[in-house]
Design a protein around this ligand. Sequence first.
Ligand SMILES: Cc1cc2nc3c(=O)[nH]c(=O)nc-3n(C[C@H](O)[C@H](O)[C@H](O)COP(=O)(O)OP(=O)(O)OC[C@H]3O[C@@H](n4cnc5c(N)ncnc54)[C@H](O)[C@@H]3O)c2cc1C
Length: 495
Amino acid sequence: MKKMFSPRCVTSVILLVSLLLAGGALAQGLPEKWDDEADVVVVGYGAAGAAAAAEAHDAGADVLLLEKLAFPGGNALLCGGAVYGAGTSVQKELGIDDSPEQMAKYYEQIKPGLNKPEFIEIISAKSAEAVEWLLSHGAKVPAKYGVPGLTAGGFENLYEHITPARTRSHWVEGGGPGLFAAFKNAVDSRGIRVRFNTPATRLIRNPATGDIVGVRAVQNGKELAIKARKGVVLATGGFVHNKEMLKAYAPGGDGYPGAKGSPGATGDGILMAQEMGAALWAMHEVLESLGINGVGTAYFTPFMEYTVIVNKEGKRFIKEDAWTEPITEEALKQPGAVAFLVFDSKLRARDEVSNTVGAAIPEEKVIEASSIPELAAKLGIDPDALQATIDEYNTACETGEDPLGKGKKALFPCKEAPFYGIIADPLPVITTGGLLTSVDAEVLNPFDEPISRLYAAGEVTGGKCVGYPGCGTAIAECIIFGRIAGRNAAQLPDW
Ligand SMILES: Cc1cc2nc3c(=O)[nH]c(=O)nc-3n(C[C@H](O)[C@H](O)[C@H](O)COP(=O)(O)OP(=O)(O)OC[C@H]3O[C@@H](n4cnc5c(N)ncnc54)[C@H](O)[C@@H]3O)c2cc1C
């Protein structure tokens, strides 16, 4: 029997349908009337959006910010408050000899190739400027080691044979809210107009020229057509709160019990740009960590390595000083996709824990018991199994030989009552893949050609902080490319 459809024929049909669909979007044409307009429309009022808006304003543009939630901030508001920089005034005050070249050499080691070399060069060259920009808008980073202040940020020690390990994570006073106050100041002090509760839904393309000339949005149930005389900047963040996109791209698929961070991170900018033919980069790259579902701020990084991490059966399943991603991915495979952090009163008293509990981690999420079996019962773990695990772990602390290979430095005994436990969920934190952009922050199509008058910055883009090279790299990226996007959009002639 004759084959009805050859592969080539099927491809042609798919192509035809795609063209018709794209034509459908284009055929919508320009709105009959515009409900609002500005030179530059920035979609999303988080870190990248604020930086883009401020810079576009300084380049002489009239700017409108659209934010889908009732308040600004996105992830910056919930974040730890770190920004990564080399050669900053704060480092100089502490006598740290750092440079963009040293930073670039380190950055190149993290997920090589996925962080594009051209982005690494720009981020390294401009990271100090990004920190100074924040400081100039009121952020405070004391010249001391610690939080707030400066800490080592990532895996710099592992690459000392390539480039000196420098202390680059600048922690702003007041954590995320302290950090975002500087971004908000950048917007408020320039009198930039903001429409809250106004999600952008689609981009508007001029069918005659192919230019992106505005966005469709919704406010109070009313559809709006908003004209961008010069350009549109997408700064809508990542997609950790979009289950379908996680299912399509993330290592944990739709298996995560929830997600960290801002509920606004639903991938809207990626979808809107995809409709216009945008290319994607490194979409599978998701920073994952243990956290507490529903508590956007909860993180355990400062002390997790010293705890004992067990599953519902009371068994350890990974060395606790592993990187956050393998820990999270192993936790996802455990019964009930949940883990438990167990520690004693000695660890509870250490700064790393006491500074985090009551601040990023609510007190009531830390369960206390006078013995290990009692703690196990409260956590829903088999008491005998947990006791056996803790006994074996304490022996490893004495001998320095851990069956799971945890390093001596992190082998902190769990012996002194009362004991504590935290129920820890494996969660995606941020996505580091997204829209492919040029060094000028233009959104590119799959042939590396810019989509005319469309820019993007921050977590909505890909290839700039894949593997999360250090605490603060995401915020640095938002400032650097947000400013590039805002400036370039503002410099275009009106369409
Ligand atoms: C718990 C946590 C701790 C972190 N700690 C740090 C840290 O210390 N240092 C660091 O560098 N990074 C940190 N990060 C990562 C960093 O905070 C984010 O990557 C960064 O803030 C992303 O900024 P953004 O502006 O690109 O996106 P977002 O902050 O997500 O902002 C996007 C904004 O766009 C809005 N939006 C989305 N869709 C639409 C739409 N359709 N229309 C209008 N508006 C829309 C959203 O509501 C949101 O306000 C942390 C992240 C989390 C979750």
